[in-house]
Design a protein around this ligand. Structure first.
Ligand code: HEM
Length: 191
């Protein structure tokens, strides 16, 4: 039983990482108008929302399993306070900080109509940092990082995410160029 709960804690950590990645991926695609019109924006929004709630729920299950597992070296306080775990101190702190970022994101999104737009935007801008923290936590805390399958999952997910961000930036820069007037029609202030 002890082993079963600890095993569940590890596997739910991997599922929580994939849920967080999916949230980020669909969020980036949404920002690039469905990958430049390839995908339907309302579907992307629904996927982004559904994955964000799944990420919170699965992360909650992961933390509960790791903390409540009989004989666990991770105290409950480490779920809330970074660097409070005597075991895997730094690696667990990365997970605690990632969880706080996730809660802040979902909290400000649920209360979006009561939160100033700049606060919502600033918290959303933190999301990439939260994702990197969760990734580093998984890599350094997880014994399964030794498995080629898990390492492969980290490499593929990060590569796809970086490509989606690069695509979004390229589309934004192309639309800025298209909307700015040609140089011959611009006012020549320096004359
Ligand atoms: C967004 C939040 C989090 C995500 C996405 C996440 C994800 C992960 C992943 C992917 C692993 C590696 C699993 C493996 O290799 O088998 C892991 C391991 C671990 N996580 Fe988290 N985690 C998060 C938050 C937390 C928090 C807040 C704690 C603190 C209680 C925690 C405690 C642990 C521990 C102790 C391990 C190592 C388990 C072992 O040695 O077998 N995680 N986590």
């Amino acid at each position: 039983m002890n082993e079963l709960l600890w095993w569940f804690g590890r596997s739910s950590g991997l599922v929580a990482y994939v849920a967080l990645w999916s949230t980020m991926f669909f969020g980036v695609m949404l920002g690039s108008r469905g990958g430049g019109g390839l995908l339907h924006s309302p579907t992307l929004l629904a996927l982004h929302r559904a994955w964000s709630f799944s990420a919170v729920a699965i992360t909650g299950a992961h933390v509960l399993a790791v903390v409540l597992s009989p004989g666990s070296p991770i105290p409950a306080v480490a779920a809330l306070v970074p660097f409070a775990s005597p075991s895997l101190t730094g690696a667990v702190a990365l997970g605690t900080l990632a969880s706080w970022t996730l809660l802040l994101l979902v909290g400000t999104s649920l209360a979006r109509s009561h939160v100033p737009a700049w606060v919502w935007g600033a918290v959303h801008a933190l999301s990439a940092g939260g994702f990197v923290l969760a990734l580093a936590h998984g890599v350094f805390a997880g014994p399964d990082t030794a498995s080629p399958w898990v390492r492969g999952t980290y490499v593929v997910t990060v590569s796809v995410f970086v490509s989606a961000v690069a695509h979004r930036l390229a589309l934004a820069s192309a639309s800025r160029t298209a909307s700015s007037p040609p140089s011959s029609t611009r006012r020549r202030d320096f004359v």
